[in-house]
Design a protein around this ligand. Structure first.
Ligand code: SF4
Length: 346
């Protein structure tokens, strides 16, 4: 699983339980919205989002597919929700996994489909378990019973109407955990607006800043502009609130470093530093040439030590807080070992 180093002195101090931690933790406490009110809000938003499945425009692909009548768009998803696996994840960022693990739910299919995707087995297909809103609500509640620190929705965008409907049911039956929205960052601003008052933590990728790179690896030349707007939208909606070592509210920006793309990574970090400096950075070095990466010679290898040092040194010079992943041995990397299973969650 992933290993993370604490990046900044501020967070290092915070994890050492110093007075600064107490000050930061008590600056503003995490206030849970009344569950009945939140369930009502989720039901309303779920209904509004559901209507968008008729001419699907949930994400920037704007396919206009009628997913209620069996049509599919770029992501391949229909009306029925598909979950590949769900479990207590101890390999997410420390502020998300905590002691109990993050109650992580991996949805099948994806609206981005990167050529190097480590989860391509289910993100590029609908392999997995067909579930109803009620099933998903039950899974959220089981994860809570098992000790999850939060509910972590991985690649949720294309199933958002159903997920928010399920959340409403779960809230009515006792769900109290914070909601983590774990996204590729290829999101419409208006979709993020619909999540106001519902999502507690955004865990969003910033993959690229160059349209040509986004086009080559993710078939999405508009990714940089769309991604930057959506990150700004998330950022302005969320203050950073810690309870001890757990992040209860805020925006984490993940960046996966690609081999041969040090300058791209430096531009990503520069943009974050200039535009959303109070977000929490998670710099990842777990890249391996999965899936179709062998067809792209420049990314058909792992990140090397020299690239790792250059980016890490650059990041240390910025005033950002967060985590940096170590260059882990292959067998410790997350993602590819997942098996489809909902065992114990029904
Ligand atoms: S969610 Fe899927 S069908 Fe809808 S716009 Fe995005 S890619 Fe197209």
């Amino acid at each position: 699983m992933s290993k993370f180093d604490v990046l900044s002195r501020r967070l290092a101090i915070l994890l050492d339980e110093s007075p600064i931690m107490q000050k930061r933790s008590s600056a503003r406490r995490y206030e849970r919205m009344n569950p009945t009110e939140k369930a009502r809000l989720a039901a309303e938003r779920g209904d509004l989002l559901y209507q968008r499945l008729q001419n699907c425009n949930l994400c920037p692909r704007d396919c206009q597919a009628n997913r209620l009548e069996g049509q599919t768009g770029y992501c391949g998803a229909g009306e029925e929700m598909v979950v590949y696996t769900a479990f207590l994840h101890h390999g997410e960022e420390p502020g998300i996994s905590g002691e109990g693990g993050s109650g992580t739910i991996f949805f099948s299919a994806c609206n981005l489909k990167c050529v190097y995707c480590q989860n391509h087995r289910f993100s590029h297909s609908l392999e997995g378990n067909r579930v109803t809103n009620k099933d998903l609500a039950g899974m959220m509640l089981r994860l809570q019973e098992k000790g999850a620190e939060n509910i972590n929705l991985v690649t949720p965008t294309h199933f958002l109407p159903q997920i928010i409907g399920a959340l409403s049911i779960a809230l009515q039956h006792g769900l109290t955990l914070p909601l983590v929205y774990n996204t590729s960052g290829y999101e419409k601003e208006e979709t993020i607006e619909m999540l106001d008052g519902i999502v507690d933590v955004y865990l969003a990728d910033m993959k690229y800043v160059s349209p040509s790179v986004a086009e080559r690896y993710s078939n999405a030349p508009d990714y940089p502009s769309v991604n930057q707007k959506s990150l700004q939208s998330m950022y302005k909606r969320k203050q950073t609130i810690w309870e001890g070592e757990l992040l209860k509210e805020g925006t984490i920006v993940r960046h996966l470093v690609l081999p041969g793309h040090v300058d791209e990574s430096i531009e990503v970090l520069t943009w974050i530093n200039e535009n959303i400096p109070r977000s929490i950075i998670s710099l990842m070095f777990q890249y391996q040439p999965y899936f179709k990466a062998h067809l792209y010679p420049e990314i058909n290898r792992r990140v090397n030590e020299a690239e790792y040092s250059r980016i890490r040194d650059f990041l240390e010079g910025l005033d950002l807080e967060g985590w940096v992943q170590e260059l882990s041995p292959e067998e410790e990397l997350a993602g590819v070992h997942f098996k489809s299973s909902l065992e114990g969650l029904f």
